[in-house]
Ligand binder design. Sequence first.
Ligand SMILES: [Zn+2]
Length: 162
Amino acid sequence: MKELTSSQIWQALESVKDPEIPVVSVVEMGIVRGVEVDGDVVRVTMTPTFSGCPALDVMRREIETAVRQLGITNVTVETVLYPPWSTDWISDEAREKLRQFGLAPPQKHGGDLISVAFLDVAECPRCGSKNTTIKNSFGPTLCRMIYYCHDCQDAFEQFKPL
Ligand SMILES: [Zn+2]
């Protein structure tokens, strides 16, 4: 049984994409909280993004599969709900990928959600304009809001800050 380092596991988990947003990995999204390696036993902890998002089981399976592909058979994936996932955990690199995907990344709030939750302005991922207004706070999923860019004259989605 070969032994792996936790950094090798982290690297493998980069291949697991967020099922909702396939351009970013579960590591970049801050979903994977920890990796512990104890001999040939691997324990991964993860925190789901939005409880309303149905992707938890999919992610758990894919994380398990990615670790098994390294030759590890004894792998457990545990869900940790505290502290709750925050959009502040999304890496800067992932924010740029979200923008290129056409999804405005959530504002960083540093724990002060009240001040960003009611902002009705988001930056358009296409042209960078802040000349936008909120169209509908109930986007296609619980995770997203729909905005309208007055410069592009088109709608875009923003990842809801959490
Ligand atoms: Zn625009």
